[in-house]
Ligand binder design. Structure first.
Ligand code: ACO
Length: 323
């Protein structure tokens, strides 16, 4: 029988420090009103001190393990999506592997697709499960994008926040129930890499750089690409938008989310929206939203979930999941 990945648990971590729009208005020439109206963001969490990418990822992973009643020894592999690793190398995933007590069992590596990172990581981990190379995989999105901000640039510093969230995938025989990850689709188009990038890196400047963004171009690309991703997922699975119980989108801007929902004719009540409290947390954004809706009971067994994201690269993609 074919194998299917079931998401059996979620976990999340948000840094202690909260920065509101009013706090930001003391740092840069902006206002709560402007940020709310243009983005939907009200506050964001800022990682400080020991709250590195691997620290946040470990906290999220431990919560997911506890929720599943498992330990690190039960995990065969970790795929950690991040654009802000603790160090250039080794992968932050190996630190998480050690922190959760996997010892030398299994493997752990990072992948980098910025805001699409969780969809990419989920797709990679799902392939390990489907091909029989792992029984349980930990998929984590963890990012500290505020470390890459130019706090004097009001066009970018108001948009991002830090956080991490994790899911555990488990192999199940495809019993015809229809549950599990039904499809993933990944895309990229490198010619647009300068629409959203950092002006630094290990092999170029030797610095980590700051985020640079062509906001309106990114906005247009995001609506187009995420709408395409949604349609592709639905067509592949012979579904329509009315079949979706929950859209769990990348949380960048409420106007982007509303535009995609409108194109789909999907009522906003069916969209999980968390960005007002987190801002754009890059690879953590989808699993943070997923975790919240699972914990508060909105997402129930057999619900059909569509996740979609777009990020720097450009990268974009989707995952359709029967919970
Ligand atoms: N506070 C106050 N005013 C501001 C701010 C700010 N933080 N930022 C820009 N402005 C000003 C501009 O200078 C401009 O002033 P001007 O008219 O005097 O020149 C005015 O506000 C309008 O600026 P626009 O760039 O036209 O504003 P827009 O409505 O396009 O909103 C925004 C900007 C929020 C960045 C929007 O383009 C956006 O969300 N783009 C997508 C960016 C994004 O989501 N990136 C994340 C990564 S990619 C992803 O996750 C999908």
């Amino acid at each position: 029988m074919n194998k299917k990945s079931h998401i059996i648990a979620t976990g999340a971590y948000l840094p202690q420090k909260i920065m509101t729009n009013n706090d930001l208005a003391k740092v840069v020439d902006t206002s709560d009103e402007w940020i709310r109206q243009r983005t939907g963001i009200i506050s964001r969490h800022i990682a400080e001190g020991e709250e590195t990418t691997s620290y946040m990822a470990t906290k999220a992973a431990m919560q997911a393990l506890n929720n599943a009643g498992l330990t690190g020894r039960d995990i065969d592999g970790i795929v950690l999506a991040t654009a802000t690793p603790d160090m250039t190398f080794p992968a932050s995933a190996t630190t998480v592997q050690d922190n959760i007590g996997m010892g030398d069992h299994g493997f752990a590596f990072d992948i980098q697709a910025v805001c699409s990172g969780f969809i990419y990581a989920l797709s990679v981990a799902n392939n390990f499960i489907v091909s029989g190379q792992g029984k349980r995989m930990l998929v984590i999105g963890s990012d500290c994008l505020t470390k890459l901000l130019d706090w004097g640039d009001r066009t970018t510093c108001v948009l991002f926040g830090d956080g991490a969230a994790a899911v555990i995938l488990e192999a199940h025989e495809d019993d015809g129930s229809g549950r599990g990850i039904l499809s993933t689709h990944l895309h990229s188009e490198g010619k647009h890499c300068k629409l959203l990038y950092t002006d630094g890196g290990a092999s170029s400047t030797g610095t980590i750089g700051h985020i640079k963004m062509a906001g309106q171009d990114i906005f247009r690309q995001a609506v187009t690409r995420m709408s395409q991703a949604v349609v592709e997922a639905l067509e592949t699975n012979h579904c329509s938008a009315t079949d979706i119980d929950w859209l769990v989108p990348h949380q960048a801007n409420i106007r982007i989310i509303e535009s995609v929902a409108k194109k789909l004719k999907l009522p906003i009540e069916k969209v999980v929206v968390t960005l007002s409290k987190h801002g754009n947390t890059s690879a953590a954004s989808i699993p943070l939203a997923l975790h919240e809706a699972v914990e508060d009971g909105r997402i129930k067994q057999n619900d059909l979930l569509l996740m979609e994201a777009m990020g720097g690269g450009l990268t974009w993609g989707s995952a359709l999941v029967r919970w």
